[in-house]
Write a new protein. Structure first.
Length: 309
């Protein structure tokens, strides 16, 4: 017999005898959940915990994928943990594997020989590492209705769980009216170095981060990402990176949090189009607008002679 808890989460209890694998009631739970507006899914225990029918432990977090695998082969052994989507192997008392989906998660609260309980919860933020993994893209969840929307764009606890642990002390907001306004490449020296969390409130930018940590294996390399109000994404740029962006739409407004106050005595700029960096900007020099300070920025070779990080 199945029961549903009220409020914002769904909880299910399923019978599990010592002769039947737990996956059958879990499949039923997800089918029931899908009828209540939650996407169906294939499951995975991210900690590789065995879900045997007689387990009595509390299990770790599960995540929801868009697809539900039908049939009797959802039960997957440890050896197939990295199997591609759609490839399953039926086997009892093995680890249940899942892919990840950011907007819903399912938590297996408890399981025993007599049943189990799972709960669906909304995920508020997805983190994605770029090719230089210290730089991360973030995707906050939007909750919308006919009135508008609500979105949690920063939560210290959520960030800490993802390994992003700066303490932000100042918020900045810029407006760039024409397309092609380029700001960068900026950094502040120690002890005033800044972590930055950048998002766009209106318009669109190409955001660039250059690794200027002399001992880093990616020293002098760069990553970029398009950040926009429409995509509702953000980029986290840690200390030890030179940062800049160029506007791709008129009247672009950029908001960013920093972990240290603005310190003009520590502020530095590296030339945005330095050939030693080879950044792939979408505009040539004639199409960008720079401040006087950025137009007079140092060469990367000069930075290398006396690196700040």
């Amino acid at each position: 017999m199945w029961s549903t808890q009220p409020e914002n989460s769904l909880a299910f209890f399923g019978a599990a005898s010592g002769t039947a694998p737990v996956c059958a009631p879990i499949k039923t739970a997800f089918r029931s959940a899908r009828k209540n507006g939650y996407p169906g899914t294939r499951l995975a225990d991210t900690s590789r915990t065995s879900l045997s029918a007689t387990s009595a432990s509390t299990y770790s977090r599960y995540c929801v994928q868009e697809r539900f695998l039908t049939g009797a082969t959802d039960w997957m052994p440890d050896a197939q943990a990295d199997s591609p989507p759609g490839k399953t192997h039926g086997k009892r008392n093995s680890t249940f594997i899942i892919g990840h989906k950011c907007d819903k998660s399912v938590h297996l609260i408890s399981a025993s020989g007599s049943g189990f309980q799972i709960e669906f919860r909304a995920e508020l933020m997805k983190f994605e590492a770029l090719s230089i993994p210290d730089v991360k893209l973030l995707y906050p969840k939007k909750f919308g209705d006919e009135r508008g929307f609500f979105s949690e764009t920063y939560n210290q606890g959520t960030f800490a769980k993802a390994g992003v642990t700066p303490s932000f002390v100042q918020d900045n907001h810029s407006l760039s009216r024409p397309v092609g306004i380029l700001r960068g490449l900026h950094y502040q020296c120690q002890p005033d170095a800044q972590d930055k969390l950048v998002r766009v409130l209106h318009g669109r930018i190409l955001d660039v981060a250059v690794d200027i940590r002399a001992n880093s294996p990616t020293f002098g390399k760069w990553v970029s990402a398009e950040i926009s109000a429409a995509s509702w994404n953000q980029i986290f740029v840690p200390k030890g990176f030179a940062h800049g962006f160029v506007t791709l739409e008129p009247d672009t407004e950029v908001h960013y949090k920093v972990s240290a106050p603005y310190a003009p005595q520590s502020e530095r700029s590296i030339m945005w189009n330095d050939p030693d960096l080879g950044i792939d900007w979408p505009f040539d020099q004639s199409a960008v607008t720079l401040s006087t300070k950025d137009a007079d920025a140092m060469r990367f070779a000069d930075y290398c002679r006396d690196p700040a990080f």
